[in-house]
Design a protein around this ligand. Structure first.
Ligand SMILES: [Zn+2]
Length: 613
């Protein structure tokens, strides 16, 4: 997030504007969605079995469990004038450079990611039941609460109050919801009532923010339009109506959700992550208020995003959304190495695809989620204990995976949150059974009508095209297992139950529904045909293509962008060694290794290769 703002003069205006804003009811009567969405299983209903997802989760769970609490709380204690032991965190996190006279980009959103680390730990506790994790969440909430005064003075003169409040908000509501923290909800309410003094009176688009008078020529990058998702969740978890009213006020309808709901593409030049994250606020407006307009806005907005996505599923070169139909995505390949803000973008992408899948039962949202999973976030370099973090994926030629120069950036907050959310993204629950959305080694346990069920998934997918699910049941019960058949699985996807092929045809781009009386020991096998295909970056650049196989984009391990005939790429053969690579041979005889992003360490790679014309 390239931020450059001075916000003091703006604050003076907005403080007066919001005074007394709690009184007026803003919302029409409660309305529930017409169709019941798929439900989320509890984090603890799912166990991850050995896989890259589990490795990523375990690593980051351990890292944040071991992070020193004094260091995490230091900036809040310093600002409160309390003893503040421990080393500075460094990077974006510290008070260093907090002086607004400084034009220093480093350390100017103090404590910004504290709430995300608390959220990630709370979700990790819910997933694992690890008591040390729960105890840490409770100590952090207690430590934070001690620094919070009635005016939330920490935010006086703070550059990005909405940005950081939103993250503390999710930390506190998750500590309450997932780690049963006894004070988190009360602390959240105190903070929220006080924070309004530092926020504008309603959601402001970036254009509106820029239009407000400033003493200097700089502009603000605060993001009040991202607040509603967590405020709606706070309402659901607390029952307090003021959260619902505040959430509605911060929905960015005028310049964003209204036009999106009418199919007008207003994405161009908006900040990518935060505007995609705002789709989840629209989904919560639908789920909480029954607002069909916001469902349409999220659906249309996501469809427009998909039209400007790379083959990896990533989007937002230089953190900006682009004008459609102009070849801007192809142009970006030679302009920037900052192709996709990976942990934050993948986190927002998982949330919106999970919401849209839940309300639509449309398998394409699951396809989109797995594309982002395997081609972006699972290939992110791990966060190091000193806060060094992976930020951008690079789709330019001669790309390398590099760490961001600043420690503890935004992406250090979203990565552990997303890794915990793997637990709630694999399976979804409906009235008549279970949706299997991701093919990941895992075990699901659930209860229905006094009976206990398990579904155990074993697979090397996406390295392999076969998936096996085993059923355990305390008594035979009729229900439906829905298997996502990806849209790319053209050819003949095969489903077998106990070795016998199911008679109904299995359609790519849908969920295959298998209804029967399931009993202990039943076995489901799924085979998804994975053929090589080429995806051009956009219509204006038909000769810049990514080679894909199933959900995986295969990157060329080379410095310069290699050039192939179409047929040469589509004949890429599996390597004879254990690497799982494919080898593409160009007509001049050069042999280029092709490997998924998550298999790349420090080699030079090209996500896109050239087609010879
Ligand atoms: Zn980020």
């Amino acid at each position: 997030m390239p931020i450059r703002i001075h916000r003091r003069s703006f604050l003076r205006k907005s403080v007066a504007a919001v005074a007394g804003a709690w009184a007026a009811p803003m919302i029409p009567a409660w309305a529930s969605p017409a169709v019941r969405p798929l439900a989320i299983f509890a984090y603890g209903d799912v166990e991850l079995l050995p896989s890259p997802l589990k490795e990523q989760f375990d690593y980051h769970h351990r890292l944040f469990l071991n992070l020193d609490e004094d260091r995490l709380l230091k900036v809040f204690r310093q600002k409160a004038g309390m003893p503040a032991p421990g080393e500075d965190m460094g990077g974006w996190y510290d008070l260093t450079g907090f002086d607004l006279q400084h034009n220093d980009f480093h350390g100017f959103v103090p404590g910004h990611s504290f709430g995300q680390y608390v959220s990630a730990l709370a979700r990790s506790y819910a997933a694992t039941g690890d008591q040390a994790t729960r105890a840490k969440v409770q100590r952090l909430v207690k430590g934070y609460a001690e620094t919070l005064d009635a005016k939330a003075s920490f935010f006086a003169g703070y550059r990005l109050p909405a940005y950081t409040y939103d993250k503390i908000s999710v930390g506190l509501i998750d500590a309450h919801e997932f780690a049963q923290d006894p004070i988190a909800l009360e602390v959240h309410e105190r903070l929220t009532r006080a924070i309004t003094a530092y926020l504008p009176e309603k959601a402001l688009s970036r254009a509106e923010q820029r239009a407000r008078p400033h003493k200097d020529e700089s502009y603000t990058w605060d993001e009040p339009y991202t607040l509603p998702e967590n405020l709606f969740l706070a309402y659901q978890r607390s029952g307090k109506v003021f959260y619902r009213e505040m959430a509605a006020r911060f929905l960015e309808d005028d310049t964003y959700f209204n036009p999106l709901s009418e199919g007008i593409n207003v994405l161009a030049s908006e900040h990518a992550y935060s505007h995609v994250n705002a789709f989840s606020s629209a989904m919560q407006a639908y789920l909480t208020l029954g607002s069909e307009k916001h469902l349409r806005a999220a659906r249309n907005g996501f469809a427009m995003l998909s039209e400007q996505s790379y083959a990896t599923g990533g989007w937002g070169p230089d953190e900006g959304l682009i004008e459609p139909g102009k070849g801007r995505l192809g142009e970006s390949l030679n302009k920037t190495h900052a192709s996709f803000e990976t942990p934050c973008g993948a986190y927002a992408h998982f949330k919106i695809t999970r919401y849209l899948l839940r309300v639509s039962q449309d398998s394409r949202y699951g396809d989109s989620m797995e594309r982002i999973l395997y081609n972006t976030i699972l290939g992110a370099k791990p966060i190091l204990p000193d806060g060094t973090s992976f930020y951008y994926s690079d789709y330019d030629a001669n790309a390398r995976k590099v760490y961001h120069p600043d420690k503890w950036p935004c992406c250090s907050g979203t990565l552990p949150q997303l890794a915990a959310d793997y637990y709630i993204s694999i399976y979804l629950r409906c009235a008549d059974g279970v949706y299997v959305n991701l093919y990941v080694p895992s075990k699901l346990r659930w209860k229905t009508g006094g009976a206990v069920f398990e579904l155990t998934q074993q697979t090397k997918y996406p390295r392999d095209h076969q998936i096996e699910l085993r059923v355990a049941a305390s008594r035979p019960t009729e229900y439906t297992v829905y298997l996502r058949i990806p849209a790319w699985a053209e050819g003949e996807p095969v489903v077998r139950v106990n070795g016998r092929r199911v008679s109904n045809p299995v359609q790519a781009g849908s969920f295959a529904a298998i209804r029967r009386t399931w009993k202990d020991g039943d076995r489901i096998e799924l085979e998804l045909p994975m053929t090589l295909r080429l995806e051009a970056v956009d219509e204006q650049h038909p000769n810049l293509v990514a080679l894909s196989c199933g959900p995986l984009v295969l990157c060329a391990l080379s410095k310069d962008r290699p050039a192939f005939e179409r047929s040469e790429l589509l004949r890429a053969q599996e390597s004879s060694d254990e690497s799982g690579d494919r080898i593409a041979v160009a007509s001049e005889g050069s042999r280029i290794r092709m490997r998924p992003f998550m298999g790349i360490a420090d080699e030079s790679y090209n996500t896109y290769v050239s087609l010879k014309t």
